[in-house]
Write a protein that binds this ligand. Structure first.
Ligand SMILES: NC(=O)c1ccc[n+]([C@@H]2O[C@H](COP(=O)([O-])OP(=O)(O)OC[C@H]3O[C@@H](n4cnc5c(N)ncnc54)[C@H](OP(=O)(O)O)[C@@H]3O)[C@@H](O)[C@H]2O)c1
Length: 303
């Protein structure tokens, strides 16, 4: 492969997919192809095979995923189909077509019993169907080992689709009080920051990925990425309301007092030292990125 020209973004209507679309014009050297579920349903294995027989890409960013953490408890087959089997198929295609695959995974592959931020080689032990399906996707990709990488991220929000920030903004305007969990701690990730860093990594790796042929590559790397800093869901909501002037009382509650179908890790902080070192990344503090997202949401409302 002489150089990376074409980039396929799957799951293009999701938060990360739309964030990549938002910065596409900053990278005129690449031809981006964005496919949503309608154009390329990753659960339709035969159609996927046909699609890649007809279309070839230098690099795939797999943003498609089953992300409904609680619903997954009742739909394990579907979660596995998208988060595991589809990833396996993409990895096989990428390997056979010498295409680079960047796949996104989650902090929910960990059980949350750590006392310090998780590094990439820490023991995984997912506690939910979603986490189990995402870990199975990681393992399948690692076993096939196409060129590329897995990036685990956490608590993703953006101005697109439905997410925690937008839900809290809505509830904060409707209600006088909200109960929010304070004993689950992590780092929010603004999808735009992740999208920008993915593009930075692609630019930085372009040459080495193109030179590495087939089996000569090293083991498939895993990286951790989120914004800088730490907070609980409670702190997150307090800051969202402070920044937007919403006058809703926020009560801190414990996980045990807010029953959900899926078990979530109490502590899911990701250590980002490896990605920062290897790609010389400066990652924004979570409150700075939150402010940027809230401003973007405000501008969208005004327009
Ligand atoms: N959201 C989080 O808090 C979070 C946290 C940690 C890690 N992650 C990971 O980060 C990545 C990006 O997440 P996100 O927040 O951008 O997810 P998202 O907003 O839920 O987007 C996922 C996209 O995948 C698409 N999709 C679902 N099934 C598909 C299928 N069978 N074929 C093709 N597309 C399909 C969805 O299509 P529809 O629009 O048609 O449903 C959706 O547009 C995922 O790998 C996720 O696991 C997310």
């Amino acid at each position: 492969m002489p150089e990376i020209k074409s980039i396929l973004v799957t799951g293009a209507n999701g938060q990360l997919g739309r964030s990549l679309r938002g910065i596409e014009s900053l990278y005129p050297q690449f031809q981006f192809i964005f496919t949503d579920r309608e154009e390329l349903d990753l659960c339709e294995l035969d159609n996927v095979t046909d699609y890649f027989k007809q279309n070839r890409f230098d690099l795939i960013i797999n943003c498609a995923a089953y992300t409904a953490v609680d619903k997954a408890e009742k739909e394990p087959e579907l979660a596995d189909a998208i988060n595991h089997r589809a990833v396996k198929q993409l990895a096989e295609i990428a390997k056979s077509q010498n295409t680079i695959l960047i796949h996104i995974s989650t902090d929910y592959v960990f059980d949350g019993t750590n006392y310090k931020p998780y590094i990439e080689t820490d023991l995984t032990n997912p506690q939910s169907i979603y986490g189990i399906s995402k870990l199975a996707g990681e393992r399948a990709m690692q076993a096939i080992s196409p060129k590329g990488m897995i990036i685990r991220t956490s608590w993703v929000y953006s101005e697109f689709g439905s997410n925690f920030v937008k839900t809290m903004l809505k509830l904060g305007q409707e209600r006088e009080q909200l109960n929010v969990i304070f004993d689950q701690v992590g780092s929010p990730t603004y999808a735009k920051d992740l999208a920008q860093k993915i593009m930075r990594i692609i630019e930085a790796n372009s040459e080495s990925w193109c030179i590495a042929e087939g089996d000569n590559q090293k083991e498939l790397p895993i990286y951790h990425f989120s914004n800088e800093g730490v907070c609980s869901w409670y702190d997150f909501v307090k800051v969202i309301f402070e920044m937007t002037g919403i006058n809703c009382i926020v009560n801190p509650i414990e996980t045990k007092d807010y029953a959900t179908p899926a078990t979530r890790p109490h502590y899911s902080l990701l250590n980002k030292a490896k990605i920062k070192h290897d790609y010389d990344l400066v990652i924004p503090y979570w409150k700075d990125s939150l402010k940027e997202c809230l401003l973007a949401l405000q501008e969208n409302q005004i327009r």
